[in-house]
Design a protein around this ligand. Sequence first.
Ligand code: NCD
Length: 308
Amino acid sequence: MSKLSQRHLLGIKNITADDIELIFETADNFREVINRPIKKVPSLRDVTIANVFFENSTRTRLSFELAEKRLSADVVNFSASGSSVKKGETLLDTVNNILAMKVDMVVMRHASVGAPHFLSRHITANIVNAGDGTHEHPTQALLDGFTIRQKLGSVAGKKIVLIGDILHSRVALSNIFALKKLGAEVKVCGPLTLIPKYIESLGVTVEPEVSKALAWCDAANVLRIQLERQQLKYFPSLREYTLYYGINRKMLENLDKKIVLMHPGPINRGVELSSDAADSGHSVILDQVENGVAVRMAVLYLLAGATA
Ligand code: NCD
């Protein structure tokens, strides 16, 4: 297979295991490219990509921009703050105006669930979802899966636990879809108030105790408490959260094996991860960031081919 089954990347839910394998194989090549002295290839010359960010971002936005530039695409950046969105323009009008300037692809982050899905029904450019509210963040799950494959040899058959705010995390949902499609065993761990009731219908199991989750897993993906999305009080205090769910180096050293410790960033040091855990030999957090560029290059390259 050399083409994706979709012309947009809206979520992992919409793509197949073969699509994911193709993205990984393509990313293997781009990883080699970005480690060369000359990091640029001409693959997307004459393709114009707009990064349209209605929500804050550091890593994801920089990572997409670098991926686009390393593929020789022309790049325009838009962020909602400082734009006419503040003057009351609709999402569709904003994007149609950008497209009228002959943009071929839109990478979009938006606080509303389904915003990129809505756009995909109204515009012809390829759309990449860079995070829609609490819903999906497909390229993060792809780079997480790619990192697990790099560190553990494969995703199939591996035991992966997602720890933290499962209820509000788009990284959690996209990871669950990706890891299950690739044949991993998946558990979620966190305060039961932050674990959705339907979670087991996605084929994952719940482990409320973090020490048991760590002892079970091959890799742990630790998620940030999404305080900005929490309308209610889901746990008494951050101190209490850290006491029961925070991970520190001692907990990792007490395990009888070395696990792969992941975090999508931004880390709240001292809340979900202590600094000595985040900076320990278990941590692959910066490998995730490096892999993010190669994986996003693969996604953009393959989607551009899907229009041909
Ligand atoms: C994540 C996000 O924005 O969903 N971060 C990221 O993309 N690297 C996770 C988070 O904000 O906690």
